[in-house]
Design a protein around this ligand. Structure first.
Ligand code: GAP
Length: 530
């Protein structure tokens, strides 16, 4: 069944997963707050990634565990670091301004990927292009146009809805590689005359601030656009202070900031988000082996936390998509997820890039500090190459929510979230059948015992149907009900969220029961078939 993102967003707000940031002031584009349940879900995903990477990293191709250490570096670094990394010079989107309407449009390279090498020189509404075998027309939209506005505009132009996807994975300005002459004949989307568009200008995606009270160019600083650079900056510190030897990894989870031109699709592309990145340093001769190894490990991870194989795919970047750091390397392969707004296509969840020795070499040149590695056995001196699995934590949480969202009209809530128990914000709810002391007493006792080990809810109020419905909507996998039989024989009812089947188990077996159910999502294990 096709999932409507509006329903997902509504449930996230209604049940306290995700709210628009500054909601009471009407929100702020590209920023989101994680509510009581959202932060638990996100932390569960974060903790499983940390466990899989740092606490119990996988067994490597040679049969021994790989070495990975953790790091938590500062969001603001010396601005020279961002010059060296290429972000000050190159981390930008080409933008076009309209002199008449003062609106700004994105000249997005995405069209090249989607239209597959078709060169589109759009004369708005008149140029025919081929998108996935279908003939379509190229249209331009203001970067901040809502879906409704775009629908209205397409309708006005007599275009059947759905010809051009406008979900953020498609360009808002459907042309690429244009010349000055093309721009002169091009009519801006809201302009009355042709020739009002400026030539594309680079728009840097880094947020700027100033360190200290005086605001001048001398104390300009940047909020990090990726967690990766903090790792490269600490490569030498980690090597000198810990016992790691090549090959090894440094992992970091944290906030990243990008002044995205067009934040879209709920938390998929936002201006403040979280990343889970690991830089794997190895000998240049071994990059292919490690690239394949990490690709497989990372795919297993996403399956283990509950994403269905059918909704995951691997995509190798085309030559036109190479990042500034991957020019001569093996390039990047993405693990993609079929989000409701990309379906039937897929959207990036994690990139596994070969960054060559780009970053360490650049930081060595700019800082004047030697960053080469000397092999203590062979005495060989070399600049390590890097394989980087870089995932979005917040984007991963969105994939988990979309995957879990299950419509079931037969139950009072009409929907339940099918989270893997290890990811669910609440592992169980303890529900006394009535508010009478003979039910509430044992329920409270069970709750107090379980809360030492698990995130559990004690819910006493309302009729039992309403309480089940609430737990279904927040994705609690098990409800334990205390009733008259509990008083008689010490058993409780377990209700399974997905099947709604009930069975009775002994009250003193509940903790063991839950412990068993949490197990399969060990980060390197496959998801138990739901
Ligand atoms: N260090 C490499 C790097 O940052 P990236 O592909 O730009 O690579 C890695 O980012 C991951 O971070 C992406 O796969 C995505 O999951 C997440 N991500 C990137 N930009 C994002 C945004 N604006 N909003 C939410 N997540 C984002």
């Amino acid at each position: 069944m096709d999932l409507d993102m509006k329903d997902v967003v509504a449930l996230c707000k209604r049940r306290g997963f995700i709210f628009p940031a500054s909601d009471i002031y009407g929100g702020i584009n590209g920023f989101w707050d994680y509510g009581p349940l959202g932060v638990e879900l996100k932390n569960n995903l974060r903790d499983l990634w940390w466990k899989a990477m740092v606490v119990t990293p996988p067994i490597g191709p040679d049969g021994t565990p790989v070495q990975i250490v953790g790091l938590d570096s500062s969001i603001i670094q010396n601005p020279k670091a961002w010059v060296a990394s290429g972000h000050v010079g190159g981390f930008s989107d080409p933008m076009v301004d309209c002199r008449e309407t003062k609106k700004r449009y994105r000249a997005d390279h995405l069209i090249q990927r989607i239209a597959d090498k078709v060169k589109v020189l759009a004369d708005i509404g008149s140029e025919e292009i081929k998108i996935k075998g279908k003939v379509a027309k190229a249209f331009a939209f203001p970067i901040d146009a809502t879906n409704e506005e775009m629908d209205r505009r397409l309708k006005k132009l007599g275009v059947k809805k759905g010809w051009i996807s406008h979900d953020g994975t498609m360009p808002e300005l459907a042309f690429a590689d244009f010349s000055k002459q093309d721009l002169e004949t091009l009519v801006g989307p809201d302009a009355s005359e042709p020739g009002t568009l400026t030539e594309p200008k680079e728009f840097n995606l880094m947020f700027e601030s100033h360190a200290g009270p005086v605001q001048s160019d001398d104390n300009k600083v940047y909020l990090r656009p990726e967690t990766a650079q903090g790792i490269f900056l600490n490569f030498k510190n980690v090597l000198d202070s810990s016992r790691v030897r090549m090959p090894f990894g440094i992992a970091q989870i944290g906030k990243a900031f990008r002044n995205e031109v067009n934040p879209r699709n709920f938390i998929f592309r936002s201006r403040e988000f979280e990343q889970m990145e690991m830089e794997w340093f190895c000998h240049p001769d071994e990059v292919e082996k490690w690239r394949d190894f990490w690709f497989e490990e990372r795919t297993k991870f996403w399956r283990a936390v509950g994403l269905a194989s059918d909704n995951l795919q691997m995509r190798k970047h085309g030559d036109d998509e190479l990042s500034h750091y991957a020019k001569e390397g093996l390039g990047t392969s993405d693990i993609e997820y079929k989000f409701p707004f990309t379906a039937p296509d897929f959207g990036e969840l994690e990139g596994i890039a070969h960054r060559c020795d780009f970053d360490l070499t650049a930081h060595q040149e700019h800082s004047g500090q030697k960053l080469e590695y000397m092999d203590p056995v062979t005495q060989e001196k070399y600049m390590p190459h890097v394989i980087e699995p870089a995932a979005g934590l917040t984007r991963g949480a969105l994939a988990l929510i979309c995957e879990a969202y299950t419509v079931d009209e037969s139950r009072p809530s009409g929907v339940y979230l099918n989270f893997h128990p290890a990811l669910a914000p609440k592992k169980a709810a303890i529900l006394p059948l009535s508010a009478k002391e003979e039910h509430v007493g044992p329920a409270t006792k069970l709750y107090l015992a379980l809360r030492e080990e698990f995130a559990v809810d004690l819910d006493i109020k309302q009729n039992i149907g309403k309480r089940y419905a609430r737990q279904d909507e927040i994705g609690t996998p098990y409800c334990f009900t205390i009733d008259n039989d509990t008083i008689e024989d010490g058993t409780v009812t377990v209700r399974d969220r997905n099947t709604m089947a009930q069975e009775r188990i002994s009250m003193d077996k509940v903790a063991e029961y839950l412990r068993e159910k949490m197990k399969p999502a060990g980060a390197n294990q496959e998801k138990e078939a739901a």
